[in-house]
Design a protein around this ligand. Sequence first.
Ligand code: FAD
Ligand code: NAD
Length: 437
Amino acid sequence: MIEADLIVIGAGPGGYATAARVAADGGKVIVVERDYLGGTCLNRGCIPTKALCRSAEVAATVAEAEAFGIEVEGFSFNYPKAVERKNEVVASLREGVATVLSKAEIVKGDAVFTGPHTIKVGDEEYCAPKIIIATGSRPASLPVPGAEYAVNSDFILDMTALPSSLIIVGGGVIGMEFASIFNAFGVKVTVLEYCPEILPPFDEEIAKRLRMSLKKRGIEIVTSAQVTSISSGLTVECAVKGKPKAFSADMVLIAVGRTPVVPQGAAEAGIELTPRGAIKVDGNMETTVPGVYAIGDVNGICMLAHAAEAQGKVALGEKQRLDIIPSAVFTMPECAMVGLTEKQCAERGLAFKIGKATFRANGKALAMGEPDGLVKVITSDNGKLLGCHICGAHAADLVQEAATLMTADMPASALCDAVHSHPTLGETVAAAVAASL
Ligand code: FAD
Ligand code: NAD
């Protein structure tokens, strides 16, 4: 039996960042990983998609170059080259994770619980007073006949040739990012979303704005669509607002959420699950077994890389505002949000004011050729920011200003008091806040 101060199962953004923190302080840390370092985020998620997003942006920029006074004589898109670049970005960051973990011991293999504080990897047993489960999630399947003919996000990030047409089942974050990417690569994309609007957790006005922008780019988006079957010939049957409809394409991607990956033996060790199959945790990320914690996608609270890392800090006893987690969708244009939506404020009976600013009135946005954008902020009757919602270029970076203000619990007016450089997109955030006061 090998003993350690801390065992971390899974080297995704939750696991590796948390393990590195404890190892840097001199603790004996064992990290068990059965696949590549970096987890879903680095190998099958955030980073490979963002590398492809960048190729998509460059393709769109070259296609629109003439409007900027640049004449490009005939250009073509080399998908295998874009994939090669994506793989290089991933490989280089994997080396970075290995460096971050240099003070921890990495054990390659599948961790199986053999008791509340013991695990087995191969023939070796390990124990520690503290174990952090950070085993992440995998793509959820769709319980309809023929779902096996469709592919998932893992497959699509590894493929080396483009289909000429693609149906995406699910207009959530993964669905919309891939729709935006493959549309820019010249693929005919159709999105079938079950809810009346895409991106259900986002503010409806912002989601609608994104839907309209993506439609203008040629993406077909069908909402209120309940998929009933997929045929081997890749025809997707669905009920759209109750009426039967069929769509066909060369490839079907299912992106309807992700399922937590729970290590074997966890239930026998006393680690309870939620009805949705995630590991049950309290506010300190502790499971039903004292000393055993679960962070990141596996606890199903918030399936984002930065949430996994923040929860890891909480598991180590650090304070984090887990109620203020910004999130972004890296489409063209981007969408981002932090805090409550207008609908959530109304449902909670809160007194609130809305302030908006458009990119069309912003010098930098027009100079960039990005007039299509909106910042919407919601402030409380005591002048605090309740939420910030953005659709437009660099929304993911812009929303951070509001997230910082909310985390510091400062009055919304402080954001306007901070002098903003001109011309910047950040001026739109200040203008929206000023309009809400
Ligand atoms: P993971 O990253 O899933 O890591 C878990 C690790 O545990 C894996 O490496 C796995 O091999 C290992 N493991 C599992 N079981 C065992 C076991 N029994 N023994 C040993 N090892 C085990 N989030 C963002 O914030 N921004 C984005 O832009 C973004 N884009 C995404 C794009 C896509 C296509 C996808 C699929 C996800 C995206 N996400 C994004 C979500 C993000 O990837 C996850 O929220 C994040 O990776 C969760 O981190 P984690 O540490 O909880 O788990
Ligand atoms: P999601 O929950 O974001 O979206 C799933 C979508 O599928 C929803 O809109 C849902 O209404 C729809 N849906 C469900 N069943 C359906 C059906 N039968 N027919 C049609 N539509 C159906 O899940 P996802 O897009 O798979 O992403 C999984 C997780 O990964 C998310 O929780 C997200 O946090 C994370 N992620 C984050 C980023 C990012 O931060 N940029 C990017 C990708 C993924």
